[in-house]
Design a protein around this ligand. Structure first.
Ligand code: HEM
Length: 516
């Protein structure tokens, strides 16, 4: 027999063996839901139901399944190899998020390089508790008050920009202007950097921040199809986030921290931004954190003692501050202004509230707290367009909840977008109606029917900062201008495939309030 033939045959058998092993491994969990007696989509080998999810996009996929299984408490699908249990029942969502939180501390893991794997959203168990405990006080009332002047400065720039557009009679794309405003807020409240992205375009900070935020793209799929690679992507030159941008921020944070320590040693004035607060927050107690209920704070305190944050921990929190606060805040601000333009009666009522509380005064931290109707409008905008449209947790120990046995290791997911538009919960769900959030109407509804910031100890840590940024911008804009629909306005809104972003943009014009 010729040697070349033997080598080719051996190679062929090795490749075939590896392929069979790969297919077997990737399909090995595909019987899970059948065994559990839980209804689910039938999986394809290796892919599970991933192809369908990618063909119609995760938002439409979530809604499709929610409607298909409308009489079930739970149902499943396979995200390539991984079984994902959708929880439709609101009592079960409550129990998983709060009552049985100890069983569901962590989120689904995606393998990220350092320091991204140290971002709070990615951390697990006691490491997460320790970092959350340390970072939480940086979002307390006192700390937000100290950041306030940065936010109101950015809002002034935004209003000036919109005023110019109004005078020129030009249309405005709300997601774009809201993103510039949010970037200015993040740069100043997070890093002590003053930028003016609306008028000055991209500097290094903005360009690198955008590179990190827009980065994962198709490479993220690698995580779904090669889950066993486990942090080895870096070694073969594949980075899920733009490496040079991550390095830029890592050095930026290092330099800033070094300067601040030196300044403190020389008794120079402190800055009032997230990095400074992160430096100071070590040693503070969670009782300073009015971001969460007493029970949640108690839950956090059970962590085994507080440890100082590592270098990677600090870097990770600086980057998550950037990642988690940019698209979310700009999405909510953009959609709220757009929905107000399309619902002039609601806009008028909100302007009346702003006039009553503020008159022509500049918004201050204290008068941001009692805008009841503004809260209702924001809640309604986040119902229709929740930036984090699906939440997940991983079960860390077998447990029975609501008559369903959830095994250890199971990924559970809350279909937030679909719940927020369920006609059985919300009458005429696609209409914008802030009255849904009046005290009376709220008390008639399940408290877990509205989840824009998540719930329980692992909810959004930046909620109060986010709402502050949005409210300051809204009140400053609506004090003197009204968003109105124009020839460029496209309705109904078509959402992009993977994000809570309008495919055709959110176009309006700004009208002078006092000309109408
Ligand atoms: C309107 C704006 C925002 C929305 C709608 C939003 C929404 C969310 C949601 C739904 C989660 C997951 C909660 C869960 O799993 O139960 C989350 C987590 C998180 N958010 Fe936000 N967010 C916003 C703004 C911000 C801002 C401004 C920051 C920081 C500056 C931030 C930082 C975080 C972090 C660090 C986590 C992970 C928390 C943890 O794992 O302990 N978010 N957010």
């Amino acid at each position: 027999m010729d040697l070349a033939w033997i080598i080719t045959t051996c190679l062929f058998l090795i490749v075939l063996g590896l392929l069979i092993k790969y297919i077997t491994y990737m399909s090995s969990e595909h019987g899970t839901f059948k065994k559990m007696g839980v209804p689910s989509l039938s999986p394809l080998p290796v892919f599970g139901n991933f192809l369908r999810e990618m063909r119609i996009g995760p938002v439409a996929f979530q809604e499709e399944l929610y409607k298909k299984y409308n009489t079930e408490k739970v149902y499943g699908y396979y995200s390539t190899r991984t079984p994902v249990l959708f929880i439709r029942d609101l009592d079960m969502i409550r129990d998983i998020s709060v009552k049985h939180f100890a069983n569901f501390v962590n989120r689904r893991q995606f393998q990220l390089d350092e320091p991204l794997d140290h971002m709070l959203s990615m951390l697990q168990d006691d490491h997460w508790k320790n970092v959350r405990n340390t970072v939480s006080p940086t979002f307390s009332t006192g700390k937000l008050r100290r950041m306030f002047h940065h936010i109101s400065g950015s809002a002034r720039t935004l209003v000036e920009h919109l005023r110019d557009k109004k005078v020129a009679g030009q249309a405005v794309e709300l997601k774009h202007v809201a993103s510039c405003y949010t970037m200015d807020c993040i740069a100043s409240t997070g890093f002590g950097v003053e930028i003016n992205s609306l008028n000055e375009g991209e500097n290094d900070f903005v360009a690198k921040a955008k590179a990190i935020m827009g980065a994962p793209g198709p490479v993220i799929f690698a995580n779904f199809f090669f889950p066993f690679m486990n942090k080895k992507w870096d070694k073969i030159g594949i980075n899920l986030f733009a490496k040079d941008a991550v390095n830029f921020f890592s050095s930026f944070v290092d330099d800033a921290l070094k300067n601040r320590k030196e300044a403190a040693n020389n008794s120079l004035p402190k800055r009032n931004d997230f990095l400074q607060l992160l430096l100071e927050s070590e040693g503070e107690s969670t009782t300073d954190n009015d971001n969460m209920s007493r029970d949640e704070a108690k839950e956090l305190k059970t962590a085994s003692g507080r440890k100082p944050l590592s270098h990677n921990d600090i870097q990770g929190q600086a980057i998550i501050f950037l990642l988690a606060g940019y698209d979310t805040v700009s999405t909510v601000l953009g959609f709220t202004l757009f929905l107000l333009a399309r619902n002039p009666e609601c806009c008028k009522r909100l302007q009346q509230e702003i006039d009553d509380k503020l008159g022509k005064k500049t918004p201050s931290y204290d008068n941001m707290q009692d805008f009841t109707y503004m809260d209702m409008c924001l809640n309604e905008a986040m119902r229709l367009y929740p930036p984090g449209f699906q939440l997940d947790r991983v079960c860390n120990e077998d447990i029975d909840i609501g008559g369903v046995h959830i095994p250890k290791g199971m990924v559970v997911s809350f279909p937030m977008f679909a719940i927020h538009r369920d006609p059985a919960i919300w009458a005429d769900p696609l209409s914008f109606d802030p009255e849904r959030f009046s005290q009376e109407n709220k008390s008639d509804r399940h408290p877990f029917a509205h989840l824009p910031f998540g719930q329980g100890p692992r909810n959004c840590i930046g909620m109060r900062l986010a709402l502050l940024e949005i409210k300051v911008a809204l009140s400053a804009i609506l004090q003197e201008m009204t968003p109105v629909t124009c020839s460029k306005t496209v309705v109904p809104v078509r959402l992009k495939f993977f994000q809570m972003v309008a495919e055709d943009g959110l176009w309006v014009k700004m009208a002078d309030r006092f000309d109408q």
